[in-house]
Design a protein around this ligand. Sequence first.
Ligand SMILES: Cc1cc2nc3c(=O)[nH]c(=O)nc-3n(C[C@H](O)[C@H](O)[C@H](O)COP(=O)(O)OP(=O)(O)OC[C@H]3O[C@@H](n4cnc5c(N)ncnc54)[C@H](O)[C@@H]3O)c2cc1C
Length: 409
Amino acid sequence: MTSSQDIVIIGGGHAAAQLCAGLAEAGQGARVHLVCEEDSMPYHRPPLSKTFLKSPDEPPQLHRPEAWYAEAGITLHLGDPASAIDRAAHTVTLRSGAVLGWERLVLATGTRARRLPALVGLSNVALLRAADEAAQLRSMLAAAQHVVVLGGGFIGLEVAATAVALGKRVTVLEAAPRLLSRAVSPELSEHVLAVHRAAGIDIRVGALIGKWHTEGQRLASIDVDGESLPVDLLMVGIGAVPETALAQAAGLECADGIVVDEYMQTSDEAVLAVGDCTRFPDRRAGQAMRLESVQNANDQARTAVATLTGAARPHDSVPWFWSDQGGLRLQMAGLVPAPGTPGEHTVRRPGANAASFSLLHYVDGVLRCVESVNAALDHMMSRKLLEAGRSPDAAVAADPAVPLKTHLA
Ligand SMILES: Cc1cc2nc3c(=O)[nH]c(=O)nc-3n(C[C@H](O)[C@H](O)[C@H](O)COP(=O)(O)OP(=O)(O)OC[C@H]3O[C@@H](n4cnc5c(N)ncnc54)[C@H](O)[C@@H]3O)c2cc1C
């Protein structure tokens, strides 16, 4: 990379922020432009479904203050999304009409909350992806008595746990037969369900949702399993879709995500992509996948910085994720085997108290994934074990008197 190289980053979320930090640290002297759709500098999204909703005036937590970008020589284009990419001319056009030239372009466009067309425009229906949506949800929560959460995934359950802690009556509707079914084991789903029910959340799994009833611009009630459920506020947490429109229009290969190789290069190697918007080849799983997590955004940004600074190395990281839901701190390392995978075996490792344990999932004796509940040390050690490719003997791993770090020696 020469000092005259221009890098344009389209995004402004977690992956883009980490990419800026990595480029600044590498100190290669490229001119960097950060193009953000949102008005704000990059901020942390995880608190938006947790502490942010509880405090009436907590602002979004910025990754870095404005002065940092200026000092790092990064030009910010806030509230001015990219509207077109010309790969032949190596330019990006912004909504304002500004045109930026680039030698390397990075797409970090993330995901958008999945919507239900029938509910768009109703005044008491909320989505949660960006800080402005979180601020809106926070003020709607303050006024609501009965909160209905559609979707028993991570964000829906985090909001439900926050709402019940705020003294609201909360109902969660999940169409699948169990909570968090795409991301955690059936054993962990059961535990999460029991804990939330004990906290007073009315959780209905396998919910059969019928008609929506509106009064003017408000959602008044929902038919669920033949019952009419009144609604003050509906939070829709039914997953996210990768933001690929710009990449597709530019002719880049997309398949439920922008397809990248192990160096984060798209089908045009001058263009990279990082974070939630990518479909990438996972060396450990031996297949392409898309992940939505802070860890994935961080690690892919690191791989992209290496590619951009001439120190390319293939992406290789153990996925991990956390979710705080009231008194539950869930931490997952690795990818949970699909239920019924041949050779699958699960070991329960008790923790320091009844509310704390880890589930170690093996396939053919090889450790694949560890799900920890209120067991931070087990989680940290599990990540190290998975990184090192170590599989502790199942009988010993189940003994809480033997620290997991013993198996690293
Ligand atoms: C409420 C909430 C809670 C979460 N909690 C956790 C958690 O507890 N643990 C965890 O690991 N992960 C959590 N996540 C997920 C985590 O925040 C994401 O995985 C991470 O932010 C992904 O980073 P990203 O940069 O790929 O995408 P994002 O952070 O989504 O950023 C993408 C950005 O690109 C912008 N953009 C899109 N199109 C354009 C365009 N054309 N021009 C310019 N900008 C554009 C978007 O406006 C957005 O700002 C949570 C997410 C949410 C929404």
